[in-house]
Design a protein around this ligand. Sequence first.
Ligand code: SF4
Length: 84
Amino acid sequence: MNPPICRRCLLRDLDDGSYARTVEEYIAAIPPRQKASSEEYEKRLSLCRECSRLVSGMCSLCGCFVEARAAKASQHCPDTPSHW
Ligand code: SF4
């Protein structure tokens, strides 16, 4: 049985946890100087949660896992206009 599609969910909210662990490992490997601050990271994710493009932790506009994308300081939301 496929897991339900969840709009407004991040990977951290989903049951399975395997993708979330992979993303956490990716984020942990980002050099500290390249990481968004914790405050900026959570602000970005809050904006993603309010966005109609978020589907089961993935941005339907660019196909990325938003928790991974938001973790890098140099990244930005791909929408026009950008949400963050
Ligand atoms: S369009 Fe931007 S705000 Fe919306 S889910 Fe994608 S990255 Fe997040």
